[in-house]
Design a protein around this ligand. Structure first.
Ligand code: FAD
Length: 343
């Protein structure tokens, strides 16, 4: 097994509540490592509504989803949290008292005294296009995310979609690919106009092809794609030779592996917690933010911030059982100010 990354607290989910938990834990001298299946922080705020204004964050009359994410990253910087992006925590097991081992879908192993589940509505997972037999090619020549661009050097790429991901990866992978085709069912795009202009410029320069249609079938052997059959809107078909297919059809939220961690669940969807500590049915594992439930729960960012503060108080007992916890204000405590780097 790969050597474990050791940390005081493993936070699953880099949404606003997971990020703020780093702050509350940091004030109490606990180091955090944050893991998210997405390739960047912010959870729903960054993924679903980065440019939308939020009006109910205390003391911020208006802030966008991305603006809130950036401000939280700035606020937690003094605590130097570690981040692992693009990986989904799949398993958690108790290996000590208190010690947990968590393993991601990419085989990264973490050991932590405390686990904080800040997994929101669950993990964001790519929507699979309705192409018969596509599963046989997944992770071999069909990819829903680009983890390493080099993997696509000198390959014939077929990118499908009309949103930001499809257009961004078309622009970024065009210089590496031996040939790149962007396929979309219509000539209107949801992506940022600037990306559409850049993509069109590449088409104009003859560097990529843009075609209209939808993939209806795949051909290849042993998971290696050789061509895609594409259907035009008039029902006729044509073929595109390709080594890799990258469909970007958006993301859905699924509870995912959280359901298999042996935790008590409510309606198979959320994790019941007590409102004094936000600890789950397994001591040492906490749940904050949208993923938890208690009577009166409101799925609001500010609720998750409050939950993070109380969670940290209880987590301190697991991480530093020898230390007594004293309540302090950031305005007046020199020791807290030192931790924040302002003294
Ligand atoms: C359109 C829209 C508008 C909204 N407006 C407001 C508003 O005005 N005010 C407000 O307070 N709230 C608003 N919300 C709700 C708010 O966004 C959520 O309450 C908030 O994002 C919850 O934060 P979180 O950190 O709990 O989870 P999330 O933001 O959902 O983040 C959870 C993260 O965990 C990751 N994750 C899950 N499982 C795993 C796993 N196994 N391994 C690795 N990573 C995992 C996910 O990929 C995700 O990034 C809005 C929501 C939407 C959709």
């Amino acid at each position: 097994m790969t050597e474990a990354i050791k940390t005081d607290v493993l936070i699953i989910g880099a949404g606003p509540c997971g990020l703020f938990a780093v702050f509350e834990l940091g004030l109490l001298d606990m180091k955090a490592h944050v893991v998210d299946i997405l390739d960047r922080p912010g959870g729903q705020c960054a993924e679903l509504y980065p440019e939308k204004p939020i009006y109910d964050i205390p003391a911020l009359p208006v802030v966008t989803g991305q603006g809130l994410t950036d401000a939280l990253l700035e606020q937690i910087r003094p605590f130097e949290p570690a981040f692992t992006y693009g990986e989904m925590v799949e398993t958690i097991e108790r290996i000590g008292d208190p010690l947990f081992r968590a393993v991601t879908d990419r085989g990264t192993v973490f050991e932590a005294k405390v686990i904080v589940i800040a997994a929101g509505g669950g993990s964001f997972q790519p929507k699979r296009p309705p192409i018969p037999g596509i599963e046989a090619y997944e992770d071999k020549s069909v990819f829903y995310a680009v983890r390493k661009m080099e993997q696509f050097r000198d390959k014939r790429l077929l990118i499908v979609g009309g949103g930001d991901s499809a257009l961004d990866w078309t622009i970024n992978l065009a210089p590496l690919a031996s040939h790149l085709t962007l396929l979309h069912r219509r000539d209107q795009f949801r992506a940022a106009p600037d990306s559409v202009n850049k993509m069109m410029a590449l088409v104009g320069e003859g560097k990529i092809d843009f075609v209209l249609g939808q993939v209806s079938a795949l051909e290849g052997a042993d998971g290696q794609l050789s061509k895609a059959i594409v259907k035009r809107s008039d029902g006729s078909n044509f073929e595109i030779a390709c080594d890799a297919l990258l469909p970007f059809f958006g993301l859905t939220m699924k509870l995912g592996p959280v359901a298999n961690w042996g935790l008590e669940l409510k309606d198979g969807e959320v994790i019941p917690v007590g409102t004094e500590t936000f600890e789950t049915s397994i001591p040492g594992i906490f749940a904050i933010g949208d993923i938890n439930w208690y009577p009166g729960k409101l799925k609001l960012i500010l609720s998750g911030f409050h939950e993070a503060a109380l969670m940290a108080q209880k987590a301190h007992g697991y991480v530093h059982p020898e230390k007594r916890l004293t309540f302090q204000y950031t305005t007046s405590s020199t020791s807290l100010q030192k931790k924040l780097g302002v003294k």
